[in-house]
Design a protein around this ligand. Sequence first.
Ligand code: HEC
Ligand code: HEC
Ligand code: HEC
Ligand code: HEC
Length: 211
Amino acid sequence: MSFLKVLALAAVAALPLSAFATGGHDAVGCVGCHAIHTAKGEIIFAVNANKQVVNPKTKQPYSGTTALCLGCHEESSKGGQGYAPIAGHISHPYGLAQVDAKIAKVPGELLREGGRFECLGCHDPHPSNPYYKYLRVDTAKGSKMDAFCAVCHPIKADVATVAERAVLFTSMDETGNRVLAPKSAAKEQKAPAAAPADGSAPKAAPAKKKK
Ligand code: HEC
Ligand code: HEC
Ligand code: HEC
Ligand code: HEC
């Protein structure tokens, strides 16, 4: 057995629930996040919400879907399961009840429950998301990060980047397609044309998820 295979098996064994595929949330699988029988609340989640970590902005524990992500993506000493702990990659604010309009202009479709800004504002965690780190836009594997930042901070980004209008990915409408056209920009955006109604990936997106 190859060293890589041993590593992969070790990673799978470390998961709380059955996981057969490899890589990110492919390995977690639908039932790693959603439980059919023993759900813990919202969107029939399979993990306990993390109520231990305090949001430095609000001084309250995180709630909603953010607390669910943190149920896995936080150190075990902080109520998580230690998978790619959030502190290791981001100091950007998240888990906010509302957004200060002077700081960010978040497309309404990326907010939750009456204006909350969660992890889901930047990530669509479903295995169908073809983009780098499950981000909402194609960043060419992280090399074009300005296009991503420009989604919510357009006045900070250079004009050419904003004009490109990054296509937003969503997996949340089974009757629609995988493109999220912000209502604010719906008139100008060519999203519907770029997105086949059969639910296949938008033309702007790579057909297969790249690891
Ligand atoms: C990493 C965790 C994760 C995995 C893996 C995952 N989901 Fe989800 N799922 C979520 C989150 C978070 C939401 C809420 C997303 C939102 O509001 O944008 C959600 C929402 C949904 C919804 C919509 C529920 C509603 O009320 O509208 C369905 C259906 C769903 N998931 C099915 C699946 C299926 C099927 C799979 C496997 C192919 C899967 N999920 C894998 C986290 C996950
Ligand atoms: C059941 C546990 C679990 C939950 C809940 C969960 N994740 Fe994950 N996630 C994982 C695992 C395991 C990995 C792979 C970690 C690694 O490779 O070290 C991962 C990887 C990721 C990655 C990196 C993907 C890549 O390509 O490298 C992102 C981004 C991510 N998760 C975001 C989220 C977000 C956002 C949520 C909440 C909606 C969430 N996760 C909820 C277990 C989970
Ligand atoms: C402002 C946007 C933003 C928010 C909010 C956000 N992330 Fe991320 N996340 C990113 C970006 C950008 C990356 C890729 C960083 C890189 O690799 O350059 C990333 C990467 C990740 C990774 C992969 C880390 C790794 O080591 O590969 C995980 C896991 C993750 N995010 C989970 C989360 C969770 C959980 C939340 C909420 C608690 C969250 N993110 C909130 C932008 C965001
Ligand atoms: C999906 C929307 C979204 C994306 C994408 C996004 N941000 Fe933000 N950003 C926000 C929100 C929301 C806030 C907090 C606003 C508030 O305080 O109410 C914020 C705040 C900030 C702040 C101020 C931090 C502070 O502590 O006050 C900086 C700096 C920032 N973002 C930089 C970035 C960078 C760099 C990127 C790209 C890597 C990025 N953002 C991507 C939504 C976003």
